[in-house]
Design a protein around this ligand. Structure first.
Ligand code: SF4
Length: 307
C-alpha cells in the first residue's frame, strides 16, 4: 500500500506538502495521528450499530470546512489541542478495550486526511489478532486513487454526499468541484463493494456502501436534485440514509439562512422524492432527531445514548 505523504495528494486538495518533514497542508495534520475521541457509539444506522454499537475513532481536523459542521469542536483546522496528539499505543489500547466487550465494528470518522494513520491503526490491530469490520465514514471528498489502495481493507463505505450544487459546496464547505469528486469517489466504493449488503453471523453489516445525506434548511431543492443524480448515476438499489438531524452550531452567523432547524414541510418533500425515485433500502431519520444527535466533544460521553 503506497500513500504519497511526502508530496501529499491523499485527498483531492493535492496540497503537495511533505508531511514527513512537518509541512502542513489545508488539513493541518502531519504524519502522527490526531484523534479527538474514541468512543462506543450506538447512534449509527441500526444495521451498522447492531445491539452492541460501533467503536468510533473520531479524527480531529477535516479536509472540508463546513460552516455548519455538527462536529465543529474537533473539525476546525485552526484548532490545535495537544490532547489529540496521542500515540498509536494509546489508540490501540482504547480500541481494544471496546472491541474486547464484543463490539464487532470499528468506524473511522473523517478519515480522508488521516488515511495513512487509519491504515497504520488497522495494521497494528490485525497484527494483534483483531479483525474488526472496518467502516470508512467520510464526507466523500476523497481521492479515487487512495480509495483503490483501501480495497480489501475497508468493509463498509459510509460516504456523506453533501450537495448537488457546486455553488453550495463552495459557499458552505469552501470546496470546488464537489459533485464530480464525490460522485467519482462513490463510484469507486460501489465498484469495490457493490450495492447489496453482506451481514455478519450476528446480523450486523459486514460489507457494503450506504450513502448518507443531511438535508439542510432552505435547500430541499438541492437534496431533491442530489437524489435524482444518485439514482441516475448509480441506481435506486443503492442504500440511502436520509438525515434530518441538522442543528445550527454556535459559530453560524445569526443572519445565515441556515441558522434554523429544518421544517417538516421541506423534509417531507425530500422524503417523498426518495420514495418516488424508487429507493427502497436504507433509513429515513425522524425529524425529531435534531434534538439528540448533536455531539458534545467536551463531555466525557459525546453522544446521548439513543437506543
Ligand atoms: S490530506 Fe491534507 S495535506 Fe494532504 S492533500 Fe488533503 S488537505 Fe492537503
Amino acid at each position: 500500500m503506497h500513500f504519497n505523504i511526502e508530496n501529499c495528494n491523499l485527498c483531492p486538495h493535492s496540497c503537495g506538502v511533505n508531511r514527513k518533514m512537518g509541512q502542513l497542508g489545508i488539513c493541518r495534520v502531519g504524519i502522527d495521528p490526531l484523534v479527538a475521541s474514541i468512543v462506543l457509539h450506538k447512534g449509527e444506522e441500526t444495521v451498522i450499530s447492531g445491539e452492541k454499537g460501533v467503536c468510533n475513532v473520531f479524527f480531529a481536523h477535516c479536509n472540508l470546512s463546513c460552516i455548519y459542521c455538527q462536529n465543529y469542536q474537533i473539525s476546525d483546522n485552526r484548532l490545535s489541542d495537544k490532547r489529540w496528539l496521542i500515540s498509536y499505543d494509546i489508540i490501540i489500547d482504547s480500541i481494544k478495550r471496546i472491541l474486547d466487550d464484543g463490539v464487532e465494528t470499528l468506524g473511522f470518522v473523517s478519515p480522508s486526511h488521516q488515511v495513512y494513520q487509519m491504515v497504520e491503526i488497522i495494521n497494528r490491530l490485525n497484527s494483534l489478532g483483531y479483525k474488526p469490520i472496518v467502516v470508512y465514514n467520510t464526507n466523500a471528498y476523497d481521492s479515487v486513487e487512495v480509495l483503490r489502495e483501501l480495497n480489501g481493507l475497508v468493509d463498509i463505505y459510509l460516504p456523506d454526499f453533501k450537495y448537488y450544487s457546486d455553488e453550495l459546496a463552495l459557499r458552505y464547505s469552501n470546496v470546488k468541484n464537489y459533485r464530480f469528486i464525490a460522485t467519482s469517489a462513490i463510484r469507486e466504493m460501489i465498484w469495490q463493494k457493490g450495492t447489496s449488503f453482506q451481514l455478519s453471523n450476528s446480523g450486523v453489516l459486514s460489507s457494503g456502501v450506504m450513502v448518507r445525506h443531511l438535508v439542510l434548511p432552505g435547500h430541499s431543492k438541492d437534496s431533491i436534485q442530489l437524489l435524482r443524480h444518485i439514482e441516475e448515476e448509480f441506481s435506486s438499489n443503492l442504500s440511502i440514509s436520509l438525515m434530518s438531524q441538522y442543528r445550527p452550531n454556535q459559530n453560524l452567523s445569526k443572519k445565515s439562512s441556515i441558522n434554523r432547524l429544518l421544517s417538516p414541510n421541506e423534509y417531507e418533500e425530500v422524503v417523498k422524492t426518495l420514495f418516488t425515485l424508487g429507493f427502497h433500502r436504507g433509513y429515513v431519520q425522524d425529524l425529531a432527531s435534531n434534538t439528540y444527535y448533536l455531539p458534545d466533544f467536551n463531555a466525557s460521553k459525546p453522544f446521548f445514548d439513543v437506543f
